[in-house]
Design a protein around this ligand. Structure first.
Ligand code: GLC
Length: 622
């Protein structure tokens, strides 16, 4: 039986009629999606009414400029899918000192063509070690040395004026043990104890642990932490001071809905749903990627559609290839969950291809990914602030004659520089002796060979950028990669960082950077080439083609303007793309243009395209 939406008269009484009508129309449009998402709770309509009330208040408080932005984004919902859209990610302090300092760096971003800026966690974290800000103590204030909520609002205003959308993290799987909810739970308030997963009985903890993988086996083994005040175990997937919240409790949902609205009303345009895969727990499972995660994301996304539709969601689900596409919406959630999701699979395959000089595994793995909704986009990236975990599926590996475990092991050896002839200089992060997993830390430049002085390092860095910029998602460049920053040799010196070598690839930006540097110039050229290539709009999918050369990744984008064929030589030797293959795909090699160089491709023989070591070409009709 369908439940009617709540009566809005009282909620919106003070607003002018046109605003009331607008909100009413949105509720009518999105109420069914909200109810559907909330169906994980016993009384979806009751929770729905609370949520609509929160949204109505936020809608009433939203300032005129943001209402205007809502209108503009509703008219152009593909803004983040366009070839002109390019992202950049950075820690505020490492990039610019503080929030005001970011304003001074806008010129650098603009010269790079950046339109989307992800600033790593900046809400008030717990004192001391806080996992790079991912242990939030207060969602409504800013880390003191970075600025104030007022500064955040000023920054979003400035960025918006310059055509840059701000993305912030919403850490929604856990709070710091010092967050008010946790403090009140420890003080004995049942309401807040119910915000967490608390188990008084060790046998119950053991039953959960039986199927839970360890995220930080080195510095935080296990997934529960004993708390003397609670006289119980509390669920802590990550560090012992990051308490997982209980999303099965609708009060928790309402708290986060309100936080999302608060950020949106400060002009935040994209919300990164941190560690979203972990938010629903089910006994006997790994407690990741549960169906309820997607239902609740849909409900939360509806909240922004009601009050702040300019706001989009980005899922941070670093999960295996079989679970990834769901974060952009499959089945009943198609197009209704996150707008963006990290293409972890592509990132891992870029490094796998470069180490192996072979594209067969990447081709197999990427071909097996389901298409994503046309209204969404992958975040394409070569690396981020986290380590690289070797998310290689055993089945994909077996399909190309590899052994999954051995290949993962090879990649860990290769990128830690242990493999004979390796040019990479990464660090092993979280060696798990139980599974043999060894994740890797390192900047793009250090992993690509610049640190050890390999003469082809720059070409590899550019190839990685070309894949990321030429895939047809929203590419996000990591701070410093555009100028080839190496691992920070002093990463362990800062108190609290010594046990976490991810800080090696989170260096400080060494201003002033050489704006005329060769790498920076070439990255900028790639960004400009992308912006000028309409075929790269994310609504068109990328198909990975069977390779005729195991050293060349071949992709096809069938755009209404005509086909775009990209070829990426992942080897240190010269390779070719056969002319016949291009003709089959609808491109005439004699008249096509390489969008990367802006010139006709270099031909050899009967229309074969020659590729230099690590060269990328994006071929289209002129
Ligand atoms: C995400 C973040 C990572 C953090 C974890 C726990 O994966 O990217 O840096 O450690 O969540 O919040």
């Amino acid at each position: 039986m369908s439940v009617p939406p709540p009566d809005l008269t009282e909620l919106l009484g003070a607003l002018p009629p046109h605003r009331r009508d607008l909100f009413g129309a949105r509720v009518e449009r999105w109420w069914p999606d909200l109810l559907d998402g909330l169906s994980v709770y016993a009384d979806p309509a009751a929770v729905g009414e609370r949520v609509v009330a929160l949204a109505a208040r936020a809608f009433a408080e939203r300032d005129d400029e943001l209402h205007a932005l809502d209108l503009r984004r509703t008219l152009a919902p593909d803004w983040f899918q366009r070839p002109e859209a390019v992202g950049y990610a950075a820690y505020v302090d490492r990039f610019a000192g503080d929030l005001r300092g970011v304003v001074d760096k806008v010129g650098h971003l603009q010269r790079l063509g950046v339109t989307y800026l992800h600033l790593l966690p900046l809400l008030k974290p717990r004192p001391g070690d806080n996992d790079g800000g991912y242990a939030v103590m207060d969602y409504r204030s800013i880390r003191e040395d970075l600025g104030t909520m007022e500064d955040l609002r000023d920054l979003t205003d400035t960025l918006r004026g310059e055509g840059i959308s701000l993305c912030l993290d919403l850490v929604l799987n856990h709070v710091a043990a010092e967050h008010e909810w946790a403090v009140r739970a420890r003080a004995g308030e049942q309401r807040y104890r119910d915000y967490f997963h608390v188990e008084a009985d060790r046998a119950a903890v053991d039953a959960w642990e039986e199927t839970l993988p360890e995220v930080f086996p080195d510095f935080a083994p296990g997934s529960f932490t004993w708390d003397d005040d609670l006289e119980a175990w509390v669920w802590t997937t990550f560090n012992s001071w990051q308490w997982d919240v209980n999303w099965a409790n609708p009060d928790v949902f309402c708290e986060y809905a309100d936080i999302v609205l608060h950020l949106a009303n400060h002009g935040v345009e994209a919300i990164r749903l941190d560690a979203i895969a972990f938010t629903w727990k089910r006994l006997g499972t790994a407690c990741q990627n549960q169906p309820e995660v997607h239902a609740l994301t849909q409900a939360l996304r509806t909240v922004t559609r009601l009050a702040a539709p300019a706001t989009i969601f980005k899922a941070e689900a670093i999960v295996g290839p079989r679970d990834l596409v769901q974060y952009l919406g499959k089945g009943r959630h198609h197009g209704k969950v996150s707008d963006l999701a990290y293409h972890n699979g592509l990132m891992v395959q870029v490094w796998s291809m470069l180490a192996a000089g072979d594209v067969r595994l990447a081709t197999e793995a990427l071909q097996r990914l389901d298409p994503i909704p046309a209204s969404t986009a992958w975040i394409t990236y070569a690396r981020c602030h986290d380590d690289i975990g070797w998310a290689i599926d055993d089945g994909d590996a077996a399909a190309v004659g590899l052994h999954g475990w051995s290949h993962r092991s090879f990649l860990a050896d290769f990128y830690s520089g242990d493999f004979p002839g390796s040019w990479a200089r990464g660090l092993v992060f979280q060696h798990n002796p139980a599974t043999g997993d060894r994740r890797i830390s390192g900047t793009l430049a250090s992993l690509a060979g610049l640190e050890c002085g390999d003469p082809l390092a720059l070409d590899r860095i550019l190839l990685a950028h070309a894949v990321v910029l030429g895939w047809g998602g929203l590419p996000v460049l990591w701070m410093g990669d555009e100028v080839g920053l190496l691992n920070d040799p002093d990463w362990a010196d800062e108190p609290g960082h010594e046990g976490d070598n991810r800080w090696a690839h989170r260096p400080r930006m060494p201003w002033p950077v050489d704006e005329d540097g060769a790498l920076l110039q070439r990255v900028r050229r790639l960004v400009r080439a992308r912006a000028a290539t309409p075929h790269l709009h994310a609504s068109t999918g990328t198909t990975v083609l069977d390779p005729h050369d195991t050293g060349v990744l071949l992709t096809l984008r069938e755009h209404p303007l005509g086909p775009m064929v990209s070829a990426y030589n992942v080897t240190a030797t010269e390779r070719w793309v056969w002319g016949d293959r291009l003709r089959e795909l609808g491109l005439d090699p004699d008249s096509c243009v390489d969008r990367v160089s802006g010139e006709p491709p270099h031909l050899a023989g009967p229309g074969d395209v020659r590729l230099r070591p690590y060269q990328a070409v994006w071929l289209t009709a002129p």
